[in-house]
Design a protein around this ligand. Structure first.
Ligand code: C2E
Ligand code: MG
Ligand code: MG
Ligand code: MG
Length: 281
């Protein structure tokens, strides 16, 4: 090891770090600047009522515009979580979402709720709920326009804390969904304890429809039993949609309807501008 050879840190880095870890360090360093340099942006993917085709919500998905490249969250979110940067980035997402909702309320009719993804490191922060409340309040955004998506990893370590945290969110009027449901390690007995509103069926269980339908069927039944809303993620084929409609899955999102779009493009395609004469502020 580095210590026994007396070569210090440098030798340790040379011998022990993989290329991947070095790349991660580089991304982490750049990510620090991304926030200050305003290189982060939110893209928007509509959630569709599968019975009527109406847009019932929209998920905000982060992108990192780094020079020519548009980096996807699959690359930088894990690194941000590892380094703790996710807390600052997450605060930016909350603030940005509230600003956009305020702008939409001013300019558009029928503003859909925006769902934001909250990493588990962020979810376990006791200040999270007051931060969201404060941001919403300061921009006069009603809480029903904000939805919180958490994954099972947010509650496996401390179920009592998670119950209290979700309780605080829902009693303030924010909706809470479990994202990627079925991919984590939570048990069904936990699920019963959590005061959530929605389960999102992970894309992995939508992919194989209609042939491989065991897990999607089970989650749909579970949702009905527990009176939870169900969202099917990653619908990208008509045959998947047909199966979901037949099983009366209420909500879905996926490339079949729309990819996540930059804000301006989402507005142009899906929002209805208020008439100028109707704008009072
Ligand atoms: P997620 O929250 O489960 O988001 C769904 C992902 O599936 C998104 O990937 C979306 O673009 C993609 N997707 C949607 N429909 C389809 C489809 O029909 N086919 C395929 N192949 N993919 C589809 P994206 O935007 O790359 O985000 C990946 C993950 O990164 C998200 O998964 C979420 O866990 C995380 N993430 C994104 N934005 C944020 C954020 O602001 N904060 C945090 N903490 N995590 C975020
Ligand atoms: Mg999500
Ligand atoms: Mg998901
Ligand atoms: Mg995910």
């Amino acid at each position: 090891s580095a210590k026994s050879t007396g070569l210090g840190k440098w030798a340790f880095f040379n011998t022990k770090m993989t290329d991947k870890a070095v790349a991660a360090l580089k991304i982490e360093a750049d990510l620090h600047h991304a926030l200050n340099k305003e290189q982060l942006e939110l893209h928007f993917q509509p959630k569709i009522n599968l019975m009527t085709g109406d847009i019932v919500g929209v998920e905000a998905l982060m992108r990192w515009r780094n020079g020519e490249k548009l980096i996807s969250p699959g690359v930088f979110i894990p690194i941000a979580e590892e380094s703790g940067l996710i807390v600052a980035i997450g605060q930016w997402v909350i603030k940005q979402t509230c600003m956009i909702l305020a702008e939409w309320r001013k300019n558009y009719n029928n503003v859909p709720p925006i769902a934001i993804n909250i990493a588990s490191k962020q979810f376990v922060d006791p200040k999270l709920v007051s931060q969201i409340k404060q941001q919403a309040l300061s921009r006069h955004v009603p809480s029903h326009l904000i939805e919180i998506e958490i994954t099972e990893s947010s509650f496996i370590n401390d179920i009592q804390f998670a119950i209290a945290q979700i309780e605080q969110l829902t009693s303030a009027g924010f909706k809470v969904a479990i994202d990627d449901f079925g991919t984590g390690y939570s048990s069904l007995s936990y699920l019963k304890l959590l005061p959530i509103n929605t389960l999102k069926i992970d894309r992995a269980f939508i992919e194989g429809l209609p042939e491989n339908d065991a897990i999607a069927s089970t989650i749909l039944m579970l949702g009905k039993q527990m009176k939870l809303d169900i969202v099917a993620e990653g619908i990208d084929e008509k045959k998947q949609l047909n199966w979901l409609k037949e099983k009366q899955c209420p909500i879905g999102q996926g490339y079949l309807f729309s990819k996540p779009l930059p804000k301006e493009q989402f507005e142009k395609l899906y929002m209805q501008p208020k008439q100028e004469s109707m704008k009072f502020i």
